[in-house]
Ligand binder design. Structure first.
Ligand code: NAG
Ligand code: NAG
Ligand code: NAG
Ligand code: NAG
Ligand code: NAG
Ligand code: NAG
Ligand code: NAG
Ligand code: NAG
Ligand code: NAG
Ligand code: NAG
Length: 306
C-alpha cells in the first residue's frame, strides 16, 4: 500500500500539467484498489498505462475507463469499488464466482448502458438502485441465486432492450409495467418462482422478439394481445400452469418461428390459424389437455418440427 501511494504521488508529479490528471488518478487508484481486492490476472504490469490492462477500454480522452470486461476469470470479492469508475458504459462481470448482494452503489454508474452479472452466485434481492441506471440498454442477471420480487424501480429503465433475469429464485408476479418498456426486444425470466398471470399488455411492446417465461408458476390464460406484437419470433411458456384455450390470434403473428407451450393446463384444440404462420419451424404443445391434435394447415409450414 505504501509503495502504491508513493507511485501515485510520483504520477501526480509527472502529469501535473495535464487537466485530466484528477480523473486519471481517480480511476488509477480505484483500479489499483480493485486489483488488490480481486487479483485480476495481468493488471498492474504496466502501472503507467492502465488503459492497456486486460479487459479495460478507456474513452476518447484516454483518461477514464468506459468498458470493463472481467468475464470468465473465476473472480470473487467485494465489487463496491467498481462504482467509483464513473465513466463506465459497459460492465461485464459474467462467468465468475461473485457472491453476496449486488452492490446498491452500482446505481451510481449513471453512464452505464450494458450490465452483465450473469453466471455468478449473486444472492439477496435486486437492489432498487438499479432503477437509477437510466441509460441502461441491456441488463443480464441470469443464472444467479437472486430472491424476492422484481423491484418496481426497474420500470424507470425506459431504454432497456434486453432484460434477462432467468434461472434465479425470483418470486412474486411479472409486473404490469414490463409492458411499458417499449424498447424491449428480449425478455427472459424462465426458471424462477414467478406466479400470477402473464401481463396482458406485453403485446404493446412493438419491438419484442423473444419472450421466454418457462418453468415458473404462471397461471391464467395466454394473453391474446401478445400476438399483436409484430416482431415476436420466440415464444416459450413451457412448464407453467397456464389454462384456457390457445388463442386463435396466435395465427396473426406471422413473425413467429418457435412456439413452446407444453406442460401447462391448456384445453381445446390447436387453432387452424397457426397454419398461416409460414415461418414456423418449431411447435411444441405436449402435456396439455388438447384435443383434435393435428391441424391440416400445418402442411403449409414447410420446415415444421412438431
Ligand atoms: C507502458 O505504457 C507506456 C504508455 O503507453 C508505453 O510507452 C510503455 O512502452 C509500456 N511499457 C511496457 C513495458 O509495456
Ligand atoms: C474528457 O475529459 C474531461 C475531463 O474529465 C471531460 O469533461 C470531457 O467530457 C471528456 N470528453 C470526452 C469526449 O469524453
Ligand atoms: C465492500 O467494500 C466497501 C468499501 O469499499 C464496504 O463499505 C462494504 O461494507 C464491503 N462489503 C462487504 C460485503 O464486505
Ligand atoms: C452511491 O450510491 C449509494 C447507494 O445507492 C449512495 O448512498 C451514495 O450516496 C452514492 N454515492 C455517490 C458518491 O453518489
Ligand atoms: C447477457 O445478456 C446480454 C443481452 O442479451 C448478452 O449480450 C450477453 O451475452 C448475455 N451474457 C451471457 C453470459 O450470456
Ligand atoms: C418472496 O420470497 C421472499 C423470501 O425470499 C418472501 O419473504 C416473500 O414473502 C416472497 N413473496 C411472495 C410474493 O411470495
Ligand atoms: C404504462 O404507461 C401508460 C401510459 O404512459 C400509463 O398510463 C400506465 O399507468 C403505465 N402502466 C404501468 C403499469 O405503469
Ligand atoms: C386476428 O385473428 C383473428 C382470427 O384469427 C381475426 O378475427 C382478427 O381480425 C385478427 N386481428 C388482427 C389484428 O389481425
Ligand atoms: C389465413 O390468412 C388468410 C389471409 O390472410 C385469411 O383469409 C384466413 O382466414 C386465415 N386463416 C385462418 C385459419 O386464420
Ligand atoms: C381435459 O378436458 C376435458 C374437457 O375438455 C375434461 O373433461 C377433462 O377432465 C380434462 N382432463 C384433465 C386432466 O384436466
Amino acid at each position: 500500500m505504501a509503495v502504491l501511494c508513493l507511485l501515485c504521488l510520483l504520477l501526480v508529479g509527472c502529469l501535473s500539467e495535464s487537466q485530466l490528471v484528477g480523473a486519471q488518478l481517480h480511476d488509477l487508484t480505484t483500479l489499483s484498489a480493485i486489483n488488490e481486492e480481486l487479483g485480476v490476472p495481468g493488471w498492474g504490469a504496466n502501472f503507467s498505462d492502465y488503459c492497456s490492462w486486460p479487459g479495460i477500454s478507456c474513452g476518447l480522452n484516454h483518461s477514464m475507463v468506459e468498458k470493463l470486461d472481467l468475464s470468465r476469470h473465476n473472480l470473487r470479492g467485494n465489487l463496491t469499488l467498481i462504482s467509483e469508475l464513473r465513466a463506465l458504459k459497459r460492465l461485464d462481470l459474467s462467468y465468475n464466482d461473485f457472491q453476496g448482494s449486488i452492490p446498491s452503489t452500482f446505481g451510481n454508474l449513471s453512464q452505464l448502458e450494458f450490465l452483465d452479472l450473469s453466471l455468478n452466485k449473486f444472492g439477496g434481492s435486486l437492489p432498487p438502485e438499479l432503477g437509477n441506471l437510466r441509460n441502461l440498454r441491456s441488463l443480464n442477471l441470469s443464472n444467479n441465486l437472486l430472491v424476492g420480487e422484481i423491484p418496481d424501480e426497474i420500470q424507470a429503465l425506459e431504454k432497456l432492450q434486453d432484460f434477462q433475469i432467468s434461472s434465479n429464485r425470483l418470486n412474486g408476479t411479472i409486473p404490469k409495467w414490463v409492458g411499458n418498456l417499449t424498447n424491449l426486444r428480449v425478455f427472459t425470466a424462465y426458471e424462477n418462482k414467478l406466479e400470477g398471470k402473464i401481463p396482458d399488455n406485453l403485446g404493446s411492446i412493438s419491438e419484442l422478439e423473444s419472450l421466454n417465461l418457462h418453468s415458473n408458476q404462471l397461471e391464467g390464460p395466454i394473453p391474446k394481445s401478445i400476438f399483436a406484437s409484430g416482431k415476436l419470433e420466440f415464444l416459450v411458456l413451457t412448464q407453467n400452469r397456464l389454462s384456457g384455450d390457445i388463442p386463435e390470434e396466435m395465427g396473426n403473428c406471422s413473425s413467429l418461428s418457435s412456439i413452446r407451450i407444453g406442460n401447462n393446463d391448456l384445453i381445446g384444440s390447436i387453432p387452424h390459424s397457426i397454419g398461416n404462420i409460414s415461418g414456423l419451424t418449431y411447435f411444441e404443445a405436449d402435456n396439455n389437455n388438447l384435443s383434435g391434435e393435428i391441424v391440416p394447415e400445418f402442411s403449409k409450414c414447410s420446415n415444421l418440427t412438431l
